[in-house]
Design a protein around this ligand. Structure first.
Ligand code: HAM
Length: 427
């Protein structure tokens, strides 16, 4: 019998590997320009490292880690048993190495980068793997807002070096040990008041980690927390000043950003500046890179009080975006919608708009034409695929999507056209 690979674990074959090499080479160039040095850390660490840093109530530690008991035995008798975990991210390991090697004694300011596989037992889908790869960087020893801005500029430069249309940047401040506890109390009181409208998960961790409710993707929680107190209104004077400087520095550059006070991130070590770069092209797994400041982590892991800030980007998502972009450049629109009849046109126009907003390049005729004439137009424009919609298709809720190169057709659900096309396009 054939042995297959594990679900969520992928091979990267020649043809694909070249874009990985490009991404890695460009990242090294940019890291060099920003004076970051490479560090290579183990893939396996003691479980406690992650539970203590990422947080006991985080999704990663609660349910996504690959953990096993490692037994050292002598003559059949267990001498020692340690719980070990395949690293779900790189920050904790880098900080552990920095503290363990007492790197700060020689020079507290260290700018380190890493590349490699990470492991999370999440439900696999496009852009979400159980073994995935990150390129990440950590700037340790500096608490000033200039280094936060520098990290964001580094990412901006990296995206332009690989030729990626820049994803959108959202930033937030999570405050510090002075102001966050007060915000936490305010939010907790609000959530307790609306507890019945929260999902089970948020209800369960309301006391231990109320901030996570702001990040919950359940419709009920999104609706309920719309009027929740905002963290940016609760920042202490120092955090406010820090965040204002980050924004001022970014505003003086070409980096565009938006404030998102609901962005709390899924790892508990963050404080002050946090950020996410997202793109509409990857469906629901939209974050390409993310990170933030973690000023208490070095101390939490047994070192002195030394601040830090960093980020990690997902290499699978980056290479997927590059491939999408390449095919868009080599071809005409990704989709041409052929419509037959007024009802089909009235469906097609807003659908085209929604798809375009999600980053899919779409075209259609404005005036009524025969199917043959519309197909000729699609051909001339070098459309990658054509969606044929008439009244029957609208009634049935499905239509044929034809690949123009292979002439293969498959049915797609018209009600959920973005999910059908955006996610499959990322294939
Ligand atoms: P994170 O947001 O958990 O942050 O992950 C960073 C990036 O890794 C995500 O934006 C995404 O591109 C990629 N990624 C995460 N999970 C998966 C997955 N299952 N499949 C594919 N790609 C994935 C961290 O890991 C922090 N350590 C970042 C950081 C560094 N913060 C400070 N320093």
């Amino acid at each position: 019998m054939k042995i297959t690979s594990i679900k969520g674990f992928a091979d990267i074959f020649p043809g694909e590997v070249e874009s990985w090499q490009l991404v890695e080479a460009k990242a090294r160039q940019v890291f060099h320009a920003y004076n970051f040095a490479e560090i290579r850390i183990p893939i396996l660490e003691k479980t406690e490292l992650f539970s203590r840093s990422i947080g006991e109530t985080s999704d990663i530690v609660e349910k996504e880690m690959y953990t096993f008991e490692d037994r050292d035995s002598r003559a059949g008798e267990t001498v020692e048993s340690t719980k070990l975990t395949l690293r779900p991210e790189g920050t904790a390991g880098v900080v552990r190495a920095y503290v363990e090697a007492e790197m700060y004694k020689v020079e507290p300011v260290r700018k380190l980068y890493y590349m490699g596989p990470m492991f999370r037992r999440e439900r696999p889908q496009k852009g979400r793997m159980r073994q995935f790869h990150q390129i990440g960087a950590e700037a340790l020893g500096r608490g000033d807002p200039f280094v936060d801005a520098e990290i964001l500029l580094l990412l901006h430069d990296f995206f332009s070096a690989v030729g990626l249309t820049e994803p959108s940047l959202q930033i937030n401040s999570l405050g510090c040990s002075e102001c966050r506890p007060q915000y936490r109390q305010k939010l907790l009181a609000f959530l307790q008041h609306h507890e019945q409208s929260l999902c089970g998960n948020c209800q369960r961790r309301i006391d231990r980690n109320p901030l996570r409710a702001l990040d919950c993707k359940e419709a009920g929680c999104i609706e309920t927390t719309k009027d929740a107190p905002s963290i940016v209104d609760s920042l202490c004077a120092q955090c406010r000043e820090h965040f204002a400087t980050v924004q001022r520095l970014l505003s003086a550059t070409e980096v565009r950003f938006a404030l998102n006070p609901r962005m709390v991130r899924g790892l508990d070590y963050y404080c002050r500046t946090t950020f996410e770069w997202t793109t509409g092209l990857l469906g629901s797994q939209s974050a390409v890179a993310a990170g933030g400041r973690y000023d208490a982590l070095v101390e939490q892991l047994g070192g002195p009080a030394i601040p830090g800030v960093g980020f990690a980007m997902g290499v699978e998502r980056l290479t997927m975006l590059l491939r999408l972009q390449e095919s868009a450049a080599a071809n005409g629109p990704s989709l041409f919608i052929v419509w037959l009849g007024d009802k089909a046109r009235d469906w097609a126009f807003p659908a085209m708009h929604r798809l375009r907003r999600a980053g899919v390049s779409v075209e259609m005729e404005g005036e009524a034409r025969s199917m043959k004439s519309q197909m000729r137009r699609a051909d001339k424009l070098k459309a990658v695929s054509v969606l044929i919609v008439g009244e029957n298709e609208l009634t049935q809720g499905t239509a044929a999507l034809r690949d123009m190169a292979s002439k293969q057709q498959r049915g797609v659900n018209l009600k959920n056209i973005e999910a059908e096309l955006v996610v499959r396009k990322a294939n």
